[in-house]
Design a protein around this ligand. Sequence first.
Ligand code: NAD
Length: 396
Amino acid sequence: MRRSYSAAIIGCGDIGHAHAEGYSRNENTTLVSVADPLEAARRQFQAEYGVERAFASAEEMLATMQPDIVSVCVWHRLHAPMALAAAQAGAKAVICEKPMAISLGEVDAMLDACQKSGTKLLTSYQRRFTPGWEHARELVASGAIGDARFGQARNGAGLLNVGSHTIDGMLFLLGEPAPLWVFGAVDRHTERFERETPIEDACMLVVGLEGGAQLLIESDLADPGYGRGLRLRLDGTEGSLEATESHVRLLNPTSGGWHDVMALENVDTIGGEANARLVAELVEWLDGGDGHRCDALRCRPTMEVMMACYESASRHRVVHLPMSETRYPLERMLAAGLLPPDEPGAYDIRAFLRREQIDEQRYAVLRSQGVRHHEIMKRLAAEAAGTFWSTQTGHG
Ligand SMILES: NC(=O)c1ccc[n+]([C@@H]2O[C@H](COP(=O)([O-])OP(=O)(O)OC[C@H]3O[C@@H](n4cnc5c(N)ncnc54)[C@H](O)[C@@H]3O)[C@@H](O)[C@H]2O)c1
């Protein structure tokens, strides 16, 4: 018999919906409260998910409700302070969105605080629960491609953003070997931000892994295409595979050429079944199970690799891990006046998520037609700007 757990969400935006779906689908968790300074956002969560209490501030909510599980679904810069506040308030578990934070110093402060308070800290890499990634990991572990030697993937929309899923996916498929070194190159010629965090225009990194395999990650260097999600490619001594969250292709001496070993439609990469299974595994862990695949300690290497990419670019050196820099190297470079933009003018690639000034009536109409929050926000922003709206861009 499983125990029951109360849950709370900080940040009633796009990914907050995915967490709410996860809790709603688990009979042992009840979403009891939400916090968001935007009244329209918290009222929407109350109406859609039957949430009892809603607060304008996380601090007030944590002081009033003492939830067992807290989801941190705010923009990156608030991940560390909100996770620390939840641990301090006595939460049994915190599910923090990716990237864990924007510096290793913050990440380690979160891990330390949660260890001291006995809080189980997860990073919300819900794609670890998608069938394509799970099957690809099993194939690699079973030796279907021999010894993995090389992994390659591309993503758009920023390294800390979609890139964090790409690196996490690569490490997950390979059975989580420790990264040993990183060699990175970073291009920042415009004042590009993502959710108020300065990011690069493009970057690429080579990562050396324990056991000898290497990864090549290209972020924003080419349009990766999003038709079938994040495409991860692995080559080994006996074969190769390509995996997305829903599709897996294999090539080895017995496969008879490239062979589809999985081709599923309608796989939830965000929300739905992915978040439901993440929550279910957390409930098992809280009930005494032996761990969680999104344990933040297991996800920390992805943060270290990303930070090492920026550090490598700033020092023009291969960075050997563990890394000593605890700050966000890109921000440090910018503060030092390095990487001056060709044309000044800050812009944020996720500005369309800002809900403060949207037409709430139009939002409600689209929502009643079943359109997902992310798509509504993109569409309203495009309509306001008089530009073409497309669903064919990355969601992260
Ligand atoms: N795991 C994934 O696949 C995935 C996908 C999308 C986003 N994310 C991550 O989720 C995080 C949130 O992104 P999003 O797309 O949901 O953003 P969003 O803008 O849609 O939602 C953020 C919400 O937080 C609220 N907020 C702002 N300040 C707050 C505060 N002090 N207290 C409480 N709420 C506050 C905003 O009003 C907004 O409703 C980001 O870090 C992002 O990287 C992860």
